[in-house]
Design a binder for this molecule. Structure first.
Ligand SMILES: *Cc1c(COP(=O)(O)O)cnc(C)c1O
Length: 469
């Protein structure tokens, strides 16, 4: 069956079976919006375990001791915590509330790491009181941590955040260089309130090669620490484990060709012919690579097989030292776990005649830090539209009072039209797309988050906490 809506240059999303069932049931979609409002974020975590397993089996093939921590900032629901714990994973938290909620939910403190970029005294205290490992970013933070550790009368368990100096890896604002850490440990001040339990890093991008280089450098730092009498037990390689949203490599390449070929100012493929940051026919660096290969398990396989300096593979370097490899995927663990539904509000034309479809939604509700979300939404026709539908080609606009308030920057085709009462589904949104930049600007309420409980959809408990806060 031809889709009721597709990009003028299409990008077809891979759907989980549960998503197929939702979009096939127009009455249920309407009911969900009537009950929870528009937009509403649906969650079904059945694919999370499969995503974890892919990584685990890759590590097992290389005989590497391995643990996965879900990066919680990618999705704020309490359901995501439960799903990660059910799959035997830990949680990587980036704020006081993220940590507090995990502890209240009963997550084992041993299975939590605090990687917040800036850490409040309250966050440090909560971590230390519960014996949670803190990824230490810099010397000033170490001083804050030492003070809190003294006042709690405990030793802080820390992972040193390593900023790789390898020239092949772009510069990073996170962590300190290995030499700086070694200098810091030589004191003063006396670092004995800190117990070094591991090394941590998180790199931008998705390069397996960069991870291998940073892992090799981490192993060197571990050796230097062991010589100084420390006993680090793990290296945490952070997130950025790649995934694919679009199955077809040809469609992905075709999209960038079509984009490069659109006449300036025509709006043929994107709003105002926006290049989305692309130069020539290559995918833009300003968007997530919605199609890529290898992903997850195969990608980890590649990382572990790299032989950095002829000293053996990354896997052998780790196993030879009894180091556990840890990672903190956000997006790629939540692959297949979410979908956002929004109601059509109106159809109209821009003053120059360009067709627009208005949604009960704003553009912060399906967006990451990327220039655009590059998947075709799915249009679900209501049994009884509010008016007759006419075919058109145009753009999705949202609730903010700004000319540039586009839900997505791409142009879409509606061969059988769309009308109020219809619903639009944004597929595979659980990783970042729902929450990372959502805003309550204009005092419009944030979208509610629901999850599937048997046949029913129920509100996630995060909604209660937001009300309490
Ligand atoms: C954001 C972040 C992650 C998760 O990154 P993904 O790209 O979602 O896998 C992991 N660790 C740290 C420290 C982060 O900041």
């Amino acid at each position: 069956m031809k889709p009721l809506m597709h990009g003028t240059a299409p990008l077809t999303a891979r759907l989980e079976p549960w998503m197929e069932r939702v979009v096939a049931d127009a009455a249920q979609c309407r009911e969900l919006i009537d009950t929870f409002g528009s937009p509403v974020n649906l969650h079904d975590f059945s694919s999370l375990g499969r995503n974890v397993e892919e990584l685990r089996s890759a590590a097992a093939r290389h005989s590497v001791d391995f643990q996965v921590y879900l990066a919680r900032k990618a999705n704020k629901t309490i359901g995501a915590i439960d799903a990660a714990v059910d799959a035997g994973c830990g949680i990587d938290v980036a704020s006081f509330h993220e940590l507090d909620q995990c502890l209240r939910r009963g997550v084992d403190p041993e299975l939590i790491i605090v990687t917040a970029a800036v850490k409040s005294p309250a966050l440090l205290r909560l971590a230390l009181e519960n014996g949670v490992v803190v990824s230490l970013d810099n010397r000033d933070e170490a001083e804050d941590l030492r003070e809190v550790a003294e006042s709690c009368g405990v030793r802080a368990r820390v992972a040193l955040r390593l900023a790789t100096e390898n020239a092949l890896v772009p510069p990073t604002r996170f962590g300190l260089r290995a030499a700086e850490w070694l200098e810091f440990l030589a004191g003063p001040p006396d670092p004995s309130r800190l117990r070094i339990v591991g090394i941590h890093f998180h790199l931008n991008g998705y390069s397996a090669e960069h991870r291998a280089l940073a892992l090799a450098e981490s192993v060197e730092l571990v050796d230097a620490l062991v010589d100084l009498g420390h006993a680090p037990g793990f290296i945490d390689m952070g997130g950025g484990i790649p995934m694919s949203y679009v199955d077809s490599a040809a469609q992905w390449a075709g999209f960038w060709e079509a984009l490069a070929g659109q006449p300036a100012g025509s709006g043929q493929i994107t709003w105002k012919s926006d290049s989305l940051g692309a130069v020539g026919k290559k995918p833009s660096k300003d968007v997530y690579p919605y199609h890529q290969s290898p992903v997850r398990g195969q990608w980890l396989d590649t990382v572990l097989a790299v032989e950095p300096a002829g000293a053996g593979s990354i896997a052998e370097l780790l196993a030879g030292r009894n180091l556990q490899l840890r990672c903190e995927p956000g997006r790629s663990l939540l692959d297949g776990c979410g979908m956002t539904l929004a109601a059509v509000a109106f159809g109209k034309e821009r003053s120059d005649g360009v067709p627009l479809l208005g949604l009960h939604m704003n553009r912060t509700q399906c967006r990451s830090t990327s220039a655009d979300f590059l998947l075709d939404p799915i249009l679900i026709h209501a049994a009884r539209p509010r008016r007759a539908r006419e075919p058109f080609s145009g753009f999705l606009v949202g609730a903010y009072c700004i000319e540039e308030e586009l839900i997505l920057r791409r142009r879409f085709e509606f061969p059988q039209g769309a009308a109020p009462n219809d619903v639009i589904a944004f597929p595979n949104t659980a990783g970042y797309l729902m929450h990372i930049v959502e805003s309550a600007s204009h005092q419009l309420p944030l979208a509610l988050n629901v999850f599937r409980d048997g046949e029913a959809w129920v509100q996630d408990e995060i909604e209660d906490r937001v009300l309490q806060a």
